[in-house]
Design a protein around this ligand. Structure first.
Ligand code: IVH
Length: 688
């Protein structure tokens, strides 16, 4: 067995991660920052990679599925997944109530109990639990057959892999998978940076994500889920309870008690008047939610009444979706400008006459990239239809072509500039990219954005160094890069607009204080492409700071769990650039901390495979290749790509090809996955 300390740490990390998942996704009350969470998960992944014998099927790491799946199987729903009939105004809601009361034979004085829930704008999902463990996830599909997306569902952090209370038998719960707005913004920002087309709204992004065959990608996207329906296959049986819930409100409470995520704003309404009030209340209230809602779902509470009401071919007759009208308005497009980001990416944006949309005044919208503008064919002077995509980010839907000025007054199509609007350097674009970039490293716009990033809270946290100040410093040639900040004196700063003597002294103290930030913040603050906050922290810890990192090869950087090849390559080429080395040198001379506490999860593992070389071939089912490699390396072994006479052993997975033939012809020892796991475990045993 691995050392007791490791087992304890693994258990502790799992408990913390499960608790954090529940706080965040189910109770909506996060206790950890994303980075704190990621670090725990990565530490656990690392420990499990080194000690695969500790992996359990419900470990939080098992959400981080590595291998893409081949395609989704179509599976029939046990009970068809229906959709909902829609009501677009209050009169239609009242008509629904009238019909329900008639079908239930209620007299005029008796109110129906309804449950009103927010209608989550995502895609529906059916989850299957067997004996309390998540065993399957199906999309709605055509309602009769859905796609088996179990591998993707397993990586959604809000969906428990195991129910909280032991529940025997089969349970099916249904609900919605959605993308929180914050994740949506983050994904689109990354896509824009990478020159990819942005998702139109969070729902499309969620649906697109669930359709990908790569669970690791799904895991990164940050999807959420809310459950709102329990499929009653055998009312008395599966949950082993004597009295199953009699009403929908009780069902929702039951789902929550199992640890399933339930959207908490649902309300039991006595009569349709209370339902209408609920709908009115959330017309505006929903805007403050972190996810999109496109309406309210009204459901008859009493489950026996539901049976009596029945269903049509498409809809249950006991429920109705009340849909809010979309927030759209028309306005005149005044200007299409372009702005330059930190990486030099050029983004067009629209400026229009101010309009009221979803309770706020808007007059600007991003146009993503030149292709987006061309596709929509929006032109300065057009009357355009604007919408708040996801209710937060305004966007231009389309020009109203019938209102476009004609004849000589016809506006000209937008032409993307060919030079940087700030430094006039000719723009460049990669072969398969849609984003144009300014390649000039000293472009004032890029320098400004880079400095703001360096000073930002999650990087060096230099309070007081905001946009206007950075612009002045750059425009006056006082600061050209991050290292220049440390040469600024209070006297120099005092000469700037809106900078008093006291603020100048404070800012100098803030800048000086930032030198004590851990190297991980420095690394993040440098804005190396693809190196996010989490990767920066992992790298800083693993290599103990700048100097360890400078000595590391791309392979060594990549071998850090949580750091992929794209990050490794980008970082290595950054560090190899003499200009960047000079910058780091100046930062170090200015007193900026370049060390970090070193943490190495492999330090204590017995070097039982020392001197041996391994080749891994074929697909391993229970461990990713990367983890297998790490487990070997942690024990002092080496993993190489090609089989030779000197190879000690070839680990053979499914569908192994020529490497296996070669090993056989050379008489090199081969072991299958099971034997490999045993080898790793025995090596673990030796630690005793
Ligand atoms: S109940 C038979 N409740 O809206 C019960 N649906 O437009 C059917 N939706 O297909 C679903 N939030 O994907 C229900 N609180 C909620 C919902 C909800 C979102 C979705 C669901 C449904 C679609 C119909």
């Amino acid at each position: 067995m691995p050392p007791k300390r490791v087992v304890e740490e693994v258990n502790e990390l799992r408990a913390q991660i499960r608790h954090a998942d529940e706080q965040y996704y189910v109770l909506d009350d996060p206790e950890f920052s994303d980075t704190e969470y990621d670090l725990r998960l990565l530490r656990l992944t690392e420990l499990e990679a080194v000690h695969p014998e500790l992996v359990t099927p419900d470990s939080p790491t098992q959400r981080v599925a590595g291998r893409p799946v081949d395609g989704f199987a179509a599976v029939e729903h046990v009970v068809p997944m229906l959709s909902l009939d829609n009501a677009y105004d209050e009169a239609e809601l009242t008509a629904f109530d009238t019909r329900v009361r008639k079908d239930l034979d209620l007299d005029a004085g008796t109110a129906v109990s309804y449950v009103a829930e927010l209608k989550i704008d995502g895609l529906s999902i059916a989850l299957h639990y067997r004996d309390g463990l998540l065993v399957g996830g199906l999309t709605r599909g055509d309602g009769v057959r859905g796609e088996d997306v179990t591998s993707n569902v397993r990586v959604i952090r809000g969906i428990p892999l195991a129910l909280k209370t032991a529940v025997s038998g089969d349970i099916e719960v249904r609900g919605e998978i959605f993308l929180p707005r914050a994740s949506f913004d983050r994904i689109n920002a990354v896509r824009a940076e990478a020159g990819e087309t942005a998702f139109a709204n969070p729902r499309n992004a969620a649906a697109g994500t669930m359709r990908t065959l790569d669970p690791a990608l799904v895991a990164r996207r940050g999807l959420g889920a809310f459950m709102y329906h329990l499929v009653e296959r055998d009312v008395a049986g599966p949950r082993g309870e004597s009295s199953p819930p009699a009403g929908h409100a009780a069902v929702l409470e039951q789902l929550a008690a199992w640890g399933l995520p339930v959207e908490g704003h649902w309300h039991r309404c006595e009569g349709i008047t209370q339902v209408v009030a609920f709908c009115r209340e959330w017309a505006e209230g929903r805007r403050a939610l972190p996810f999109d809602t496109d309406g309210v779902v009204i459901k008859v509470d009493n489950l026996a009444d539901r049976v009596q009401l029945g269903q049509t071919a498409k809809f249950p007759r006991w429920a109705m979706a009340f849909k809010y009208p979309a927030d759209q308005a028309t306005t005149r497009l005044l200007e299409i400008g372009v702005e330059v980001g930190r990486t030099g990416a050029i983004t067009p944006y629209a400026v229009f006459e101010p309009v009221q949309l979803a309770g706020t005044t808007v007059q600007r919208a991003t146009l993503h990239n030149a292709e987006d503008v061309a596709r929509k064919d929006v032109r300065v002077g057009d009357i355009v239809l604007v919408e708040k995509g996801g209710d937060v980010i305004p966007k231009i839907v389309k020009p109203i072509l019938s209102r476009r000025p004609t004849g000589d007054a016809t506006p000209a199509p937008f032409v993307m500039p060919t030079v940087c609007p700030v430094c006039a350097t000719p723009l460049e674009r990669g072969d398969d990219e849609v984003v144009w970039r300014c390649p000039n490293d000293v472009c004032p716009a890029k320098v400004r954005c880079g400095l703001l990033h360096f000073a930002s809270r999650r990087a060096m946290n230099i309070e007081g160094l905001g946009e206007s100040l950075v612009s002045q410093l750059v425009d006056r040639g006082l600061v050209r890069d991050a290292a220049d900040l440390y040469d600024l004196s209070a006297e120099t700063l005092e000469g700037l607009d809106r900078m008093g003597a006291k603020s100048a002294v404070n800012l100098v103290a803030e800048i000086e204080g930032s030198t004590r930030r851990d190297f991980s913040h420095v690394l993040f603050g440098l804005g190396v492409r693809h190196v996010g906050e989490g990767a920066a922290e992992l790298l800083a810890r693993r290599f103990g700071g700048l100097h360890g990192l400078l000595d590391a090869t791309t392979e060594e950087i990549e071998s850090v769990v949580g750091v992929g090849p794209i990050v490794a390559e980008s970082l290595r080429s950054f560090l190899d650039d003499p200009a960047n080395r000079a910058l780091l040198d100046r930062l170090e001379k200015a007193g900026v901390r370049m060390d970090a506490e070193r943490v190495d999860p492999v330090a204590e593992v017995e070097q039982s495979l020392s001197g041996q070389t391994f080749v891994i071939t074929g697909t391993l089912a229970s461990i990713s290749r990367r983890e297998a490699k790490r487990a070997i390396e942690a024990r002092g072994g080496k993993v190489i790509g090609a089989v030779s006479k000197k190879t000690s052993c070839v680990v053979v997975g499914a569908d192994a090809g020529s490497k296996l033939d070669k090993a056989r012809s050379l008489g090199v020892e081969t072991i299958d996955e099971l034997a490999f796991r045993k080898l790793i475990m025995e090596a673990g045993d030796a630690e005793g």
